[in-house]
Design a binder for this molecule. Structure first.
Ligand code: TYM
Length: 328
């Protein structure tokens, strides 16, 4: 039996090069070896205020990127989280089994609480990892391919599953985070001590998948680099390290091969070559994305059939859980 894989992306902003390298591109490369479920997690996006029209647009935009990047609906089930009601229903049951203390330890929550103020951020922001656990556990997934920032949420999912199984008997598969050796943590080009993010305050730090070539080049040429000139991976020089990391993820070269490649070259050469490489990687993605966006009826049809396939599996787990808990 093939192992099952689940992952998802929030439609909370334009997709970034970080989402692509840390998640989407890896999903495509894994696709043949697993039974795959990939969703667009719109219920996660509304933990923060969203414009409804814009949210609907982004959901399809991300679906189009999934297909454009090479996810194939014959090999992967692609669907929208909110279409499968069982995610929310399982989420509620898991809420009732998850101690607040576990959620208070989540670094993403702590960061958001520090920035937004505990009194003002939504309960959804606090509770979001439990819904993520439901997304994963409802498919009995073995592997969760994500970037490094989601590692803690997958650990929490494991803890919730183990606790449930101990109390009610074997119910959930215990999943594992599946994090790449490279590309798992792409940093902002403007501030390489911060993660490249959809919701970043400084747009110069983020390359989005729809950025035109001249903008990509400008952002990379202006990327903040450190004092020094030698192109090598060095934790005390996060700027150049991040550029080399993007380079090595896109080319598939190891870190030492990447350093050898740039031996004797300065930061300017790294930036020029990296800009060419990123532009070349985005070009086919953007072309295919336009093709899918041009035929929204076909895209919606794919998403509907993905929902039907996902519902069948999700309902089975939910029913089992409801019976065990005594609410069915
Ligand atoms: P999200 O939408 O923030 O990010 C989607 C995926 O992209 C990865 N990622 C990155 N990887 C490398 N470098 C970066 N700078 C970078 N930024 C983002 C993320 O690690 C993630 O894999 N909670 C999740 C979505 C989610 C989910 C799930 C994932 C909800 N339910 C179930 C897996 C399984 C999130 O907010 O990802």
């Amino acid at each position: 039996m093939q192992k099952r894989v689940i992952s998802g992306i929030q439609p909370s902003g334009e997709l970034t090069l970080g989402n692509y390298l840390g998640a989407l591109r890896r999903w495509v490369s894994m696709q043949d070896h697993y039974e795959n479920y990939f969703c667009i997690v719109d219920l996660h996006a509304i933990t923060e205020p969203q414009d409804p029209q814009e949210l609907r647009r982004r959901v399809r935009d991300i679906a189009a990127f999934y297909l454009a990047a090479g996810l194939d609906t014959r090999r992967s089930v692609i669907f929208i989280q909110s279409h499968i009601r069982a995610h929310s229903e399982l989420g509620w049951i898991l809420n009732c089994m998850t101690p607040m203390g576990w959620l208070e330890r989540m670094t993403q929550f702590k960061d958001k609480a520090a920035k937004g103020g505990r009194e003002r951020i939504s309960v959804g922001v606090f509770d979001y990892p439990v819904l993520m656990a439901a997304d994963i556990l409802i498919y009995q997934a073995h592997l969760v391919p994500v970037g490094d920032d989601q590692r803690q949420h997958v650990e929490l999912t494991r803890d919730i599953a183990i606790r449930f199984n101990n109390r009610f008997g074997e119910t959930f598969t215990i999943p594992e985070a599946f994090i790449g050796d490279t590309g798992a943590r792409i940093m902002s080009l403007a501030d390489p001590t911060q993660k490249m993010s959809k919701s970043t305050e400084d747009p110069n730090g983020t390359i989005t998948l729809l950025d035109p070539p001249d903008l990509v080049r400008r952002k990379i040429m202006r990327a903040k680099t450190d004092s020094g000139s030698e192109a090598c991976f060095d934790p005390t020089r996060p700027g150049i390290t991040n550029l080399l990391e993007i380079y090595s993820t896109l080319t598939g070269l190891s870190r030492s091969q990447t350093e050898d490649h740039f031996a004797g070259h300065g930061y300017g050469d790294v930036k020029r070559e990296l800009a060419d490489l990123v532009i070349a990687a985005l070009e086919p993605l953007q072309r295919e994305h336009h093709r899918y966006i041009d035929d929204l009826a076909a895209l919606d049809h794919e998403l509907q059939s993905g929902s039907d396939r996902a519902t069948a599996i999700a309902e089975r787990t939910l029913r089992d859980v409801q019976e065990k808990v005594g609410v069915r």
